[in-house]
Design a binder for this molecule. Structure first.
Ligand SMILES: Cc1cc2nc3c(=O)[nH]c(=O)nc-3n(C[C@H](O)[C@H](O)[C@H](O)COP(=O)(O)O)c2cc1C
Length: 249
């Protein structure tokens, strides 16, 4: 699929999630096969005033590209100027946040609405909502006619969801791949963020990486009690080793 002149080289891609889809996680998703990544939402006014927080959100790894930067705001002039700024910063696409879901309006995404949109517009439509595997992504395309699919929560703790070949790998090879992805993700977090924020990100993502493994609740409680990146990694690594009988390389 193409968005304007930008070729999106895969069916599925990582959905924007504030506080989560920062540069390290986006690069991991991209390396796993996400066709495009989108920054966390950036307030148009904050981006234009050079607010340090906006600058940090705009940071990206060149290897992430193609990259969309997402803007949030209500003033059309500010949004237009902020879009130009995104272009200067290197965005391939500027994405306008038209509203985030709230718990009371989410739970099962009505795919029928995606089909209605596809039938009503001439531009390619990206479907999104409650996709947890590439098989489900393909089912969404078949049922709605959308041209591509965005995956948000389904990628938390499972960025390998974007890897088309993952499901075909033997269990042992899946474990090795997961171990490599997790170790790389943690090392990117540690190189990209200052220690305090790196610790927050490591806790969040490592807790997600324990999803579906035995006795994960106990491990997650220990993860959230840790006070340094070294300590949280030690807790996670020993848990991983005990559940997988293999050391994360
Ligand atoms: C924690 C969280 C943060 C989100 N932040 C954004 C955001 O900054 N911009 C946006 O357009 N959508 C945001 N979303 C919506 C997601 O991009 C996506 O549309 C939604 O989660 C449904 O997809 P999913 O079922 O695959 O998770 C957020 C969703 C979650 C769960």
């Amino acid at each position: 699929m193409k968005i304007g002149a930008v070729e999106i080289p895969a069916l599925a891609r990582l959905a924007p999630m504030a506080g989560i889809t920062n540069a390290p996680f986006r690069l991991i998703a991209r390396e796993c096969g996400s066709g495009l990544t989108t920054s966390e939402e950036m307030d148009a006014a904050a981006l234009l005033t050079g607010h340090p927080f906006a600058d940090a959100i705009a940071a990206y790894y060149p290897a992430e590209r193609p990259l969309a930067m997402q803007l949030l705001g209500k003033d059309p002039d500010l949004l237009a100027r902020a879009a130009e700024r995104c272009q200067v910063l290197g965005a391939d696409i500027v994405d306008l946040n038209m509203g985030c879901p709230m718990p009371k309006i989410t739970g099962k995404a009505p795919w029928a609405i995606i089909r209605e949109v596809v039938e009503s517009v001439s531009v390619p439509v990206t479907g999104n909502g409650d996709v947890h595997s590439m098989a489900e992504a393909r089912r969404m395309v078949a049922e709605t006619g959308c041209a591509s699919v965005m995956i948000g929560r389904g990628a938390l703790g499972s960025p390998w969801i974007f890897d088309e070949s993952f499901e075909t790998l033997p269990r042992e090879a899946q474990r090795d791949l997961k171990a490599r992805v997790i170790a790389r993700h943690v090392s990117l977090i540690r190189e990209h963020f200052r220690e305090k924020y790196a610790l927050i990100q490591m806790k969040k993502h490592l807790a997600w990486y324990t999803e579906g493994l035995g006795h994960a609740t106990e491990c997650r409680a220990r993860i959230f009690q840790t006070r340094s990146p070294e300590e949280v990694w030690e807790v996670f690594e020993s848990y991983w080793t005990s559940t997988h009988r293999a050391v994360v390389a």
